[in-house]
Ligand binder design. Structure first.
Ligand code: CP
Length: 319
């Protein structure tokens, strides 16, 4: 595996789940693979889970890890080609990336959408620059349009907690005070569409995601109907995708918060969220603290998804 930016970079869902089981059964079984190999993790945005779980995964594989927060202590990077660099950015990303590539064997990158320029976001400009110019295998630690390590961990978690063969999985939009990217929702939809689950997306009108990610998933504007019979409720906020209002908040309808009343409509559904989560905006205290909340094992599975991906890259490097 030379890159991991989406579900399309894995052999199959079954393969990914089988690798996840292997890693879970014997987390330190591949320690020799990472000896004298270095993972460089580059963060253009904040993180708790991704930073810790990916570092832990690399350590389980015997690797050395370097972490760089671009906005804390590094030179400010220019990302556009052709710009006269007379502003506040002294380094160009097109030199910085190959230089970073000389210091490591594998690179993880987190670079969110800026929610200003839709084309730039959906071109995954920064992530692709790392893929094209680093000379090293690159994996996404959340790009502008997808969060594949999260979605892979979500899939592992659903498989571990499902009580029926083909569960009903509902992705529900929920309100948030700040405009957020569509990446987690896009990616979750893309991964769910590779399964044989019943997958439903519910959101207020105007919050339609790109069909490139939602595919043939059922879109239900009546959230109470969507909750009926659900086995998993996956909550996430996202800002609008459509051209006219791209990256904006057009609804703050608090009735979309996940609460006990709506959870009663489900088939005793488990509650999921990628975290961090705004309590009593996205989900009520009683739901997230309740017995059906699986947000902590979901976050714990981030180590597993990262370890599968890094192990596969190490195997590629080692030939
Ligand atoms: N879910 C997730 O990616 O968490 P962080 O933003 O804290 O890394």
């Amino acid at each position: 595996m030379k890159q991991f930016t989406s579900v399309h970079d894995i052999k199959s869902i079954d393969w990914a789940l089988s690798m996840a089981r292997e890693v879970k059964e014997d987390p330190f079984g591949d320690t020799p693979l990472g000896k004298n190999k270095t993972l460089l993790m580059i963060f253009f945005n904040s993180s708790l889970r991704t930073r810790l779980s990916t570092q832990k995964a690399a350590m389980n594989l015997g690797m050395n890890v370097i972490v760089l927060d671009i906005n804390q202590g590094a030179w400010k990077l220019e990302t556009e080609r052709g710009v006269i660099m007379d502003g506040d950015k002294p380094e160009h990303i097109l030199e910085a990336i190959p230089v970073m590539g000389t210091y490591c064997d594998i690179i993880g990158v987190r670079a969110f959408a800026n929610l200003v320029n839709k084309q730039e976001d959906y071109n995954e400009t920064i992530l692709n620059q790392f893929i094209n110019y680093s000379g090293k295998p690159v994996f996404s630690m959340e790009g502008a349009t997808r969060h594949p390590l999260q979605s892979f961990a979500d899939l592992i978690t659903i498989e571990e907690f499902k009580t029926v063969k083909k569960p009903k999985v509902v992705l529900t939009w929920a309100p948030h005070p700040k405009a957020l990217p569509q990446a987690v929702a896009n990616s979750f939809a893309e991964w769910m569409n590779q399964t044989d689950y019943e997958f439903v997306i519910t959101h207020p009108e105007g919050y339609e995601l790109s069909k490139d990610f939602t595919g043939n998933a059922k879109i239900e504007y009546d959230n109470r109907s969507a909750y009926e019979g659900a086995d998993f409720i996956y909550a996430k906020n996202w800002s609008t995708f459509n051209d006219a209002t791209y990256g904006k908040i057009i609804s703050n309808d608090r009735s979309w918060m996940v609460d006990t009343d709506k959870m009663r409509l489900t088939n005793n559904a488990k509650f999921m969220h990628c975290l961090p989560v705004r309590r009593n905006m996205i989900v009520s205290d009683d739901v997230i603290e309740g017995p059906n909340s699986i947000v902590v094992p979901e976050a714990a599975n981030r180590v597993v998804s990262a370890q599968v991906v890094i192990r596969e890259m190490l195997r590629t490097i080692s030939g």
